[in-house]
Write a protein that binds this ligand. Structure first.
Ligand code: GAP
Length: 587
């Protein structure tokens, strides 16, 4: 068959395939579903395990400088005070004061408006004052019953001339929704009423620990896996005999009471994260140890960490590591965007943050983030727990000992000036330097943080294709195929006996299947024509199919190995099969 065309399909087609073939189901579907919660079916849970396994291998197991952790989901509530989540982890919420009483995220109101029936109606009437007025007196009553001009059509006369000039649909909506002088209020995109002033709504799920429902027993489901890593920093460092630079990786569930969970599994209320907190020496310690801090330039070789790296090199290094992992797992570089947050977008403690964004069918959206978080997190936990989060660095103490008093004073002066330039006080700089000269510091952190579910969605979107094919006889056909990376695909190999009514051939195929099953997640299929069996596997992304035929049995013992993407087949001996598959799958 010749490949004719490769249209990328919409999210709906993918969602339908994921349900039909057992990747993803709506949670509690038999009760009408539960917004923001999803269940991963037989294929989805295999795929998710593969994503986590690949991340764990690449980020934790294959490195000597990263340790693993599997911490509890519910932590001491003081954790969330220290991390800032209790006070600031919130979305601004507004409620419609008009007809519908709808609750919405204030920062998403204009996005909702863009997709609303009101926007659609108004967009078609821009500058046509007469039409707008008739709409407010007629159809507008059902589309936007809360709109001021629908409820007070007499006001239209007052603004009639202005209606002729407004070319922006948002501006028009605000004018129709609010009487004069209230132009800065937010109109409701659902009914046209007015929204309340935004109020913060904390996103953490509360629960009660123990049998007594008392406010003192309130605890929270973790909104990120990161905080347990900070809390266990000392235990992990000592028990694994690590010193900065080293990291702690964790994969696990996180929970956020998202106000508007949406875009399928992109924004859910229960999801999984894969996070590393990579602890590094402060740049000042690097300078004392090595006499300089390596500067990040376009020519910096980031393939192997170096002892003289400061935070900028480490941060860029982790951005590069994450990109290597994404590409290795099937997301081409062209499919994602590296977005460096601007200084005014950064959290106050962050020195830099890169979002890796993916071109989802619903827009370019964050897939994961890599943040340089300074010593903020460990300092906060030190402050709130009263437990030291400092490390003692013997080589640093020795390096300081070698300095003359004049050299120390010059170093102190330089550091204070740099801290003051960053908005810190000389007192804070002096306190830090006093500890540093004793070989003690709180490590800084680089945090690559990715979501498993978002990763699965990006990989599925990228993999989905409906190929229009034409066979040798000119017959047109459509092949639905998931081009998942072999390491991520839920089923690695499908094994087919060419026929099922030949006992020796069937038994041989079964024995090959059992052998492969010990290594990979395999699928056995004996029903229907071989072509149909291939198609069923293509649709779930199985990269390889092995067919046992008469030649296997009677001629040379070879099987056919069929590649999902090229649809080409080759003959290969059973002995060479595992070696070849290992190479192709785990390469
Ligand atoms: N510890 C840092 C942290 O949690 P974040 O940007 O809030 O940072 C990191 O989350 C990643 O977790 C995101 O890039 C995304 O992949 C995933 N994530 C966050 N909220 C999510 C949600 N509601 N549903 C699915 N994934 C989510």
């Amino acid at each position: 068959m010749e490949k004719k065309d490769t249209p990328k399909n919409s999210l709906e087609a993918l969602v339908s395939l994921c349900k039909r073939r057992g990747f993803i189901f709506q949670s509690s579907e038999i009760y009408g579903g539960f917004a923001g919660f999803w269940d991963y079916g037989p294929l989805g849970c295999e795929m998710k395990r593969n994503i986590k396994e690949s991340w764990w291998r690449f980020t934790v197991r294959d490195r000597e400088d990263v340790e693993g952790l599997d911490a509890s989901i519910i932590m001491h509530p003081a954790t969330w005070k220290a991390s800032g989540h209790l006070d600031t982890f919130s979305d601004p919420m507004s409620m419609c004061k008009g007809a519908c009483r709808k609750l919405m995220r204030a920062d998403q109101i204009w996005d909702v408006f863009a997709e609303s029936a009101i926007s659609e109606a108004l967009s078609g009437m821009l500058t046509e004052a007469g039409k707008i007025a008739s709409w407010c007196k007629g159809k507008g009553k059902s589309v936007a019953p809360g709109l001021y001009t629908v409820q007070h059509p007499e006001y239209l006369e007052k603004i009639f001339e202005r209606l002729k000039t407004i070319t922006d649909v948002k501006e028009l909506f605000v004018l129709l929704a609010t009487p004069d002088g209230e132009a800065d209020v937010l109109p409701c995109p659902n009914c046209g009423g007015i929204m309340t002033e935004p109020r913060p709504f904390n996103l953490m799920f509360k629960t009660i620990v123990g049998p007594i429902e008392d406010p003192s027993n309130v605890a929270y489901l973790r909104p990120e896996t990161a905080q347990a890593i900070f809390a266990e920093f000392g235990n992990v460092m000592v028990s694994s005999r690590q010193m900065p630079p080293f990291g702690i990786g964790q994969v696990g569930k996180s929970f956020r009471n998202e106000v508007t969970p949406r875009n399928y599994i992109f924004r859910s209320r229960e999801f999984e994260q894969m996070e590393v907190e990579f602890f590094i020496k402060p740049d000042e310690a690097v300078e004392l140890l090595h006499g300089h801090v390596a500067q990040l330039t376009d020519a910096t070789d980031l393939s192997e960490p170096q002892p003289d790296w400061g935070w900028e090199c480490w941060h860029k290094y982790w951005v590069e590591q994450r990109k290597i992992w994404l590409v290795k797992n099937g997301l081409p570089e062209a499919s994602f965007v590296e977005y460096w947050q601007k200084p005014d977008e950064l959290a106050h403690y962050a020195r830099a943050c890169v979002d890796i964004e993916y071109r989802f069918p619903f827009g370019v959206q964050e897939l994961e983030g890599i943040a340089a978080r300074s010593d903020f997190d460990l300092s906060r936990h030190q402050e709130h727990s009263g437990k030291s989060m400092e490390v003692f660095d013997e080589p640093l103490k020795l390096a300081v000992k070698k300095l003359s008093e004049a050299e120390k004073a010059a170093f102190r002066e330089k550091v204070i000036a740099a801290w003051v330039a960053r908005g810190k006080t000389p007192e804070a700089a002096n306190a830090f330097l006093d500890r540093l000269f004793e070989g003690r510091y709180i490590p800084h952190v680089i945090e690559p943080s990715a979501g498993v579910d978002r990763m699965a969605l990006a990989m599925l979107c990228n993999a989905y294709e409906e190929q229009a094919l034409v066979d040798e006889k000119g017959k047109e056909d459509v092949r639905t195929v998931l081009h998942l990376a072999p390491a991520i695909a839920p089923v690695k190999v499908a094994v087919f006996p060419l026929v099922k009514n030949k006992p020796e051939l069937y038994a041989l195929a079964r024995s090959i299947f059992k052998k492969l099953q010990r290594r990979y997640n395999c699928f056995w299929d004996e029903s229907g024509a071989i072509g149909r069996r291939y198609r069923r596997q293509d649709e779930i992304g199985t990269p390889f199919c092995v067919t046992v035929d008469f030649d296997t049995l009677e001629k040379d013992g070879t099987v056919t190995l069929r590649d999902r993407d090229t649809m080409k087949q080759e003959r290969i001996s059973v002995e060479a099969l595992i070696c070849k598959l290992d190479d192709l799958i785990f390469g």
